[in-house]
Design a protein around this ligand. Structure first.
Ligand code: 1CP
Length: 346
């Protein structure tokens, strides 16, 4: 036993109750987060400041009572350090001034070890968190999936239609694969360095998985994540890997999700019972309350009870089926966490 309920649960071991955390748990719904962000000046400054990033990482553990902390950073620091100029425009989200259009644009970017080495502030943040975090809590490190990162690198910002990257998928798949391969090389070393700095568990966010038609998902996203997992498992087999692909229930239904991962993050659009039937023997399942249920305590309790009834306290980690939204009352987030711990106590 690791002494950390969350790590034990990731490995499929019996735990005194089912551990819980929330995607995007450090963020704008917490007034304490807003205060630190205001001191930092802006969001990217906060990511670059290990002391402040450590402070906001610990807030949801102290305030909301989750069983694991997630490193405070962003998936987009990776392309930023590869040489794409990232900014966050107020009210509009992330922007890259010079999106990738050609092979020459890609060739200009820094790759592999050199890019991963530039993310030192992330490794320093992890070292600080490990000193401060209670021994029985786990620290989750993370990356974006190469596909999800590539959508921002090609579109230059968030998108509803993904038309620029999907045009590339069908008209110039070679260039898209070259982008994905270059990002994959950086991510492998970046995650290895996060592990060496002290994270206990890895989560890969494929937030925009659903933009790819099911028959192309393996080729353009899943296979790259399998490559990352194989690399990490060959070096650090003891570190569990959580795979969270958002919106791929057709892929789940076909049972096509083989890979060297320990935990499968189930999004809120996929019925937990179906995920259990198709994947429950292969993976520990994480999830999957619809995040908007957090607006109502009764809607939260009934969902937590239903998920627990399906999973029976075995091979399960409680979470939302995607990130918590900024206008959720902190009280309600606390209620979700304590209800998960209450219903599953043995
Ligand atoms: O303070 C602010 O206003 C900035 C809001 C914010 C925060 C709190 C952004 C900008 N990023 C983050 C932190 C963050 N991002 C974390 C650590 C905190 C935690 O989880 O507790 C993590 C894990 C992420 C990961 C992330 N960033 C993802 C994948 C997770 C998901 O929610 O699907 C994605 C897609 C991003 C890109 C991004 N960063 C920020 C925004 C607003 C966005 C999304 C833009 C879009 O919708 O396209």
């Amino acid at each position: 036993m690791s002494g950390k309920i969350f790590v034990d649960a990731c490995k499929g071991k019996e735990t005194p109750y089912t551990p819980v955390w929330m995607m995007r748990q450090a963020g704008r719904y917490l007034p304490e987060y807003m205060a630190v962000r205001a001191k930092a000046g802006n969001f990217l400054n906060l990511c670059h400041d290990p002391k402040k990033a450590c402070e906001v990482t610990l807030q949801p553990v102290d305030i909301v009572g989750v069983d694991a902390a997630i490193l405070f950073s962003d998936i987009l620091v990776i392309p930023d350090e590869m040489g794409m100029d990232l900014s966050f425009v107020k009210g509009e989200g992330p922007k890259f001034s010079d999106p990738i259009k050609t092979q020459e644009d890609l060739d200009r970017l820094i790759g592999g070890k050199e890019a991963a080495r530039k993310l030192t502030y992330v490794y320093e943040t992890i070292e600080l968190i490990k000193k401060e975090l209670d021994q029985d809590k786990a620290l989750i490190g993370f990356t974006g999936a190469p596909w999800t990162l590539a959508t921002y690198m090609i579109e230059g910002q968030g998108t509803k239609t993904y038309n620029i990257c999907k045009k590339m998928m069908y008209t110039n798949p070679r260039l898209l694969h070259n982008i994905l391969a270059k990002v994959t090389e950086v991510v492998k070393i970046y995650m290895e360095k996060q592990i060496e700095a002290g994270i206990d568990v890895v989560q890969i966010f494929d937030s925009w998985a659903s933009a790819i038609e099911p028959s192309k998902y393996n080729e353009f996203s899943w296979s790259y994540m399998v490559e990352i997992a194989n690399y990490l498992k060959s070096r650090h087999p003891e570190v569990p890997i959580i795979m969270f692909p958002k919106g791929v229930s057709a892929f789940v239904e076909q049972g096509l999700v083989y890979g060297n991962f320990d935990v499968f993050g189930v999004d809120w659009g996929t019925p937990m019972a179906m995920a259990k039937e198709k994947l429950g023997d292969r993976y520990v399942l994480q999830g999957n309350m619809e995040p908007c249920r957090l607006y109502d305590k009764k809607a939260t309790t009934s969902c937590v009870e239903a998920i627990h009834k399906t999973m029976e306290g075995k091979r399960h980690i409680f979470n939302l089926g995607h990130g918590i939204l900024p206008d959720v009352p902190v009280e309600n987030a606390k209620h979700f966490v304590s209800e998960c711990q209450r219903v599953s106590a043995k």
